[in-house]
Design a protein around this ligand. Structure first.
Ligand code: ZN
Length: 295
């Protein structure tokens, strides 16, 4: 089942790209607010399964909002692919390295994002959406606590992230619009193997990242088991599962997202994001003299 957020209304999407309005089709049994559906996910998923055939509303992709617009918690993993850890100059981590993207960073699959600095980088990621409370969950039971998966971009302002004596992962990755999400949530029965999907992204037509989720150091099961030993994961919570190699910061010379750029990000069997970028009010293009001043 594919669940989308069409201008703030929950919609089940069919294979042909038409939608079924959840509140109307259920005669009010289920809310039009996707966040309320996560609170009753098993019951909702049972109602929705097989109902795609009733879909008849044409869907404008540009009218889709983030499928999970207001999670209570957003977990994100750093250095969860070995080749990305290496390109970032780190050893393969022996512990989970976790930060948050504050929820106000979430935006839609076709959103235009304002650039706060000339050092904004791309990080395509598989994003997992929690479907029932996960508290001290064993590895084997982890996926049964998942509502579905979606595509995320962990946009990162490297200038802010690396400005101080200690890295500021959470702030540097939480500017407004820094968490494009979508285009919909897909339940895991729709993909052959959720632990082995191709993901990638393309900047202005050039593929810059391409890998498989099977290359993760910590699998989705590992992540849920580890995190849920510390705090309960709540319905609608998000986990950004980390990015593979190919980010702009690690290139020689470093490459970042400029005004006018188009970034396409995809996960096999799920869908794709297409985000455009404009210079924000505090954006100043980097010049040689400014870079010297920074040193
Ligand atoms: Zn990331």
């Amino acid at each position: 089942m594919k669940l989308a957020n069409l201008l703030g209304r929950a919609v089940v999407i069919s294979g042909e790209g038409v939608g079924l309005d959840v509140e109307r089709a259920s005669a009010g049994r289920f809310s039009s607010d996707v966040m309320e559906l996560f609170e009753r996910w098993p019951e909702f998923a049972e109602w929705a399964s097989g109902r795609e055939s009733q879909a008849d509303e044409p869907i404008d992709l540009n009218a889709l909002w983030a499928p999970v617009p207001r999670p209570r918690q957003v977990f994100a993993l750093a250095l969860n692919y070995g080749d990305h850890a290496e390109e970032a100059g780190h050893k393969r981590p022996s512990d989970l390295c976790v930060f948050t993207k504050f929820p106000t960073a979430i935006t839609g699959p076709r959103a235009t994002v304002s650039l706060p600095s000339p050092a904004v980088d791309w990080e395509v990621e598989l994003v997992v959406v929690i479907g029932r409370i996960a508290w001290e969950v064993a590895y084997e039971a982890a996926w049964s606590h998942v509502a579905g998966i979606t595509v995320g971009q962990d946009l990162s302002d490297r200038k802010l992230q690396l400005a101080g004596a200690r890295p500021q992962f959470s702030l540097g990755k939480s500017h407004r619009g820094f968490a494009p999400l979508g285009p919909w949530l897909v339940t895991v029965d729709e993909v052959p193997d959720p632990e082995d999907l191709e993901l990638g992204c393309e900047l202005d037509g050039e593929v810059v990242q391409r890998a498989r989720t099977s290359e993760m150091i910590w699998s989705v099961g590992d992540i849920i088991a580890e995190l849920s030993r510390i705090c309960p994961l709540l319905p609608g919570d998000l986990i950004f599962t980390g990015t593979p190699a190919g980010v702009g910061m690690a290139r020689q010379p470093a490459r970042f997202i400029g005004p006018g750029a188009v970034l396409r990000s995809w996960v096999e069997g799920v869908g794709e994001l297409e985000n455009r970028f404009v210079a924000g009010p505090r954006y100043h293009p980097a010049t040689a003299s400014e870079e010297e001043k920074d040193k």
